[in-house]
Design a protein. Structure first.
Length: 290
């Protein structure tokens, strides 16, 4: 979550600049105006994310069942998602990575979990959106907000959003541009995708991966997980327009919010696996099909 000023040198490398430029160009070239969009190429999003995500493994990514969701970001980038596990599984879980574009490790963990789900999906059908905010993630430098400058995690239609979200932004954040909730709830295509998936996929659990506060948060009707790997539960409260407030409190869908300890470094593979195993264990003990 640190801003550009916190790590100005990290992103001033030509490779990343070229990668970000190629990412935008590839999307523009993939769907020229008036022409049918080309069918997705295996591994297509992986080449966009390759130089941006820490701990990224191209071969592992290319083996994942990613497909276009049909929705696109503000700048026209495809929002990729992928399903793993039996369609008839008793539980459905939606996993979101990098709703904040500068939390790069969040996408790395989502992709690694997707690979682990392929090996052992357990009792769940998993739907992954590993890069929910590609415009922010591929920006130079990476940016928390989407291309409209909206904090997507303040853009969900929580009760009294029109009063509370702008007031919170003005009074509590002092108009922090990194936390602008947007002109109205669900004003952004990226937040609309999440809401649409909550309707179409009807998850029993949402896991949203962030960084860098190194804690675990939970909203919703179930008993909260006490820890995932080395992350321990430390509820941070609810914010107008946040996914935790919208999904967990308002809609009654448990939302696990993971704050990885570092936005730029991926956890070690053993830690990522431990979080995955702890999540599965908690699901088995506390989550019931609604
Ligand atoms: Zn975040």
């Amino acid at each position: 979550m640190p801003g550009a000023a916190d790590h100005p040198k990290a992103w001033r490398v030509g490779q990343a600049l070229v990668c970000a430029w190629l990412g935008l160009s590839a999307q523009v070239g993939a769907a020229p105006a008036g022409a049918a969009a080309a069918p997705p190429q295996p591994g297509a999003p992986c080449s966009l994310w390759n130089h941006r995500l820490p701990g990224f493994q191209s071969q592992d990514c290319a083996a994942l069942p990613l497909k276009p969701s049909g929705a696109r970001s503000v700048q026209g980038r495809e929002l990729w998602m992928g399903d793993v596990g039996p369609a008839t599984a008793p539980l459905k879980v939606l996993v979101l990575g990098a709703i904040h574009g500068d939390e790069l490790s969040a996408s790395s963990v989502a992709l690694q979990w997707m690979g682990l789900a392929q090996q052992a999906p357990g009792t769940a059908r998993w739907r992954f959106v590993p890069v929910l905010n590609p415009d922010g993630l591929l920006a130079q430098p990476p940016r928390r907000t989407n291309a409209h400058g909206v904090d997507l995690n303040r853009n969900f239609p929580t009760p009294r959003w029109e009063q509370e979200a702008p007031r919170y932004w003005v009074q509590r954040t002092r108009k922090d541009p990194r936390r602008w909730p947007g002109p109205k709830p669900l004003s952004e295509p990226e937040s609309r995708l999440v809401q649409a998936q909550m309707e179409a996929f009807a998850p029993d659990l949402i896991v949203s991966i962030h960084a860098p506060y190194g804690v675990l948060d939970f909203d919703g009707p179930s008993e909260a997980p006490k820890h995932l790997g080395r992350l321990t539960l430390d509820p941070v409260g609810v914010f107008p327009g946040s996914l935790g407030y919208y999904g967990g409190v308002h809609k009654g869908v448990p939302v696990v919010t993971i704050e990885l300890p570092n936005a730029l470094r991926a956890p070690l593979p053993a830690e990522t696996r431990q979080m995955w195993q702890d999540l599965q264990r908690w699901m088995g003990e506390h989550l019931q099909r609604r």
